[in-house]
Design a protein around this ligand. Structure first.
Ligand SMILES: *Cc1c(COP(=O)(O)O)cnc(C)c1O
Length: 382
């Protein structure tokens, strides 16, 4: 609690400090590549019967996804707090890479906790982090994945807090993390709101984003939360089926519970044991979700749905072929839901979809799933 109180106080000051905000803005612009375009996807719009589809291009940011918005913010905060070491948990390795990147940029020592199983599945990101000067520590407990890496990072932080900042990668964990990560990501929606008003002279009818822990979705939604006529839709990973253990659709299938210091919805069994999750996209593969999403769902401000692996893959391929943009598999879940939703929207409806990251990291997964069938011959649709 002492560590969290220290962080809460430091952030409350930094948030009001124009010098902090200016430096963050400068890094977001000069280093990360903001503002990202709001791109009108003409051929996709045509394919969806004339609904006007805009993509918020977080995939064009440095390191390939929205995660750098958060790690830059937390990096500057850590420096203000006088820390010289930064630690993080990572599942797929994307947040680990974004943290290692900022640690290099700001001159921090960096250690990333990663489940042993994930280190094997995401070997390339392990190399990336090491090239950036980070130490990657395997976590061998539990299921050897993200949930266990997070527990290990929290444990390490408790014993090193005088020198160390713990950089959480999504809007999860104990307060103040869900709030400060949301604040750092809400630049996505602030830009998108201005950009769509400029392009369409009105607010969008629908916002769509994928939800793992929920940071890119909250980042997009937040600036629109008081625009009651804008529908907010979060899309979760339906995995291979919506039976326990085979998906990561926390808001669709979860019950209230406590994980990693936050009360939210949680995938758990009858006695409260956290369930295993499954998804083709490692970034969505987490049994919890940010508490603010649980609140939006409870108050009906946002809707949450699930899309399975196969549809996400198909949607990734569709965007690649129609627009020349190869998306990450996470936002491909939102793209897949859009295809299903579009016929139910009025003809000239305006949609903004958060394209949270690019697909380079998923090429191998896509190749395995699309290019070979069980007998080794190429699948028909590639
Ligand atoms: C990590 C990641 C996500 C999931 O994290 P959120 O906190 O839910 O945004 C989504 N998309 C991409 C590209 C990611 O790397």
């Amino acid at each position: 609690m002492a560590a969290l109180h220290e962080l809460e106080r430091a952030y409350a000051k930094a948030r009001r400090d124009p010098a902090f905000q200016r430096e963050l803005r400068e890094l977001l612009t000069q280093y990360a590549g903001r503002p990202t375009p709001l791109y009108y996807a003409k051929r996709l719009s045509q394919a969806l019967g004339g609904r006007r589809i805009y993509l918020k291009r977080e995939d064009l940011l440095h390191t390939g996804a929205h995660k750098i918005n958060n790690t830059l913010g937390q990096g500057l905060l850590a420096r203000r707090m006088g820390k010289h070491r930064i630690i993080a948990e990572t599942g797929a390795g994307q947040h680990g890479v974004a943290t290692a990147t900022v640690a290099a940029l700001l001159g921090f020592e960096c250690e990333v906790f990663m489940g042993e199983e994930d280190m094997q599945r995401q070997a390339l990101n392990v190399v990336r982090m090491r090239l950036l000067g980070a130490r990657v520590t395997p976590v061998t407990g539990g299921t050897k994945t993200l949930k266990d890496a997070t527990s290990e990072a929290i444990r390490n932080w408790v014993t090193t807090v005088r020198t160390t900042h713990y950089c959480i990668g999504s809007v999860v964990g104990p307060h103040p993390y869900p709030m400060l990560v949301r604040d750092f990501q809400s630049v996505i929606g602030r830009e998108a709101r201005q950009q769509i008003l400029k392009a369409e002279h009105r607010l969008p009818d629908v916002l769509l984003a994928c939800v793992g822990g929920g940071s890119n979705a909250i980042g997009l939604f937040h600036a629109f939360r008081d625009d009651r006529r804008v529908r907010l839709i979060g899309v979760e990973a339906g995995g291979t089926s919506l039976t326990p253990g085979h998906h990561a659709a926390t808001l669709v299938k979860g019950r209230p519970g406590v994980l990693h210091g936050a009360k939210s919805l949680l995938l758990q069994d009858r006695v409260g044991q956290v369930l295993a999750t499954e998804s083709i996209s490692a970034g969505l593969d987490y049994p919890g979700v940010g508490p603010e999403h649980a609140y939006y769902q409870l108050t009906k401000r946002a809707e949450y749905v699930a899309v399975d692996d196969t549809r996400a893959l198909r949607a990734a391929q569709q965007l690649a072929r129609l627009e020349g943009i190869l998306p990450a598999l996470e936002p491909s879940h939102a793209l897949a839901y859009l295809a299903r939703l579009a016929p139910r929207l009025r003809r000239h409806a305006v949609v903004v979809l958060g394209l949270s990251g690019r697909g380079d990291k998923d090429v191998q997964t896509m190749a395995q799933r699309l290019m070979s069938t069980s007998n080794g011959t190429p699948a028909r649709h590639i």
